[in-house]
Design a binder for this molecule. Structure first.
Ligand code: FE
Length: 254
């Protein structure tokens, strides 16, 4: 199994702080049946700046340690880019890194809102041949309130990644419900851990896929697993036609 979103690189962001932490995470991942992880440090989210060159270097270092420790886990380079106006310029400057050097790029929105320029940026990335993947939209307040906005992004070619622990219920009932609605309405294409450590923000991949299997059937498990494989090979992923999430109005309150 491939995990396309993980903060396993040591001392880069709020994920693993030390090499010891990285190795703990590696062992937990292996126990869950994960064979490949895309390391996706935060970039330009006010707190952390992790440019392409430093990520590539750290990925090489960690792979060497994993090999030495006989831990069967392969780390690929990636980045979690907080949306900002100059993403495309910085991509052209070589500071922004796609997932495993493919056409797929992680885009993170702030947790409470969606910037007004998001629609245009998602469009412009695609005109340059980059396919944006919106990470954990289920945790964004504005998208929770306006799922039609998410529908529009997906209809216009953006992909999305739901976090495994959201499906399990770690971020609360509403986030869990929204995650399930996204799966049901073909509004998400990947399930990934977004693991930061082995304690409060761990992998939960096996548990979440088990839940998805029970609620939606085995087809979804194949779909999510296959999409992660297609992604790292830079192939086109499987997309079903997105549907709108209908919210029932009750006394004027959604
Ligand atoms: Fe993340």
């Amino acid at each position: 199994m491939i995990d396309i979103h993980c903060h396993i690189l040591p001392n880069m962001d709020d994920g693993a702080q030390t090499l010891e932490n990285s190795l703990e995470m590696a062992k937990t991942a292996i126990n869950e049946g994960i064979t490949t992880i895309i390391a996706t440090p935060h970039h330009k989210n006010n707190q952390y700046i992790n440019e392409k060159s430093s990520i590539l270097e750290k990925v090489n270092d960690l792979n060497a340690v994993l090999k030495r420790e006989n831990l069967p886990l392969n780390i690929l380079p990636g980045q979690e880019v907080r949306i900002y106006g100059e993403v495309l310029e910085d991509y052209n400057k070589g500071e922004v890194l796609t997932l495993n050097h493919t056409k797929y790029l992680f885009i993170e929105f702030p947790s409470s809102s969606v910037p007004r320029y998001a629609e245009r940026l998602l469009y412009e990335l695609q005109t340059e041949g980059i396919i944006p993947i919106i990470v954990h939209p289920e945790r964004n307040k504005e998208l929770q309130e306006k799922p039609d906005l998410l529908y529009k992004f997906v209809k216009n070619g953006a992909l999305t990644q739901v976090t495994a622990s959201s499906v399990v219920g770690y971020f609360g009932k509403n986030v869990k419900k929204f995650s399930e609605q996204m799966i049901e309405h073909n509004l998400t294409h990947f399930i990934a851990s977004d693991a930061h450590n082995v304690h409060n923000r761990t992998f939960k991949m096996t548990e979440s896929l088990e839940m998805i299997k029970e609620n939606f059937g085995m087809d979804y498990i194949y779909l999510f697993k296959e999409n992660a494989e297609l992604l790292i090979e830079d192939k086109n992923i499987i997309k079903e036609i997105p549907e709108r999430i209908q919210r029932k109005k009750f006394l004027g309150i959604f």
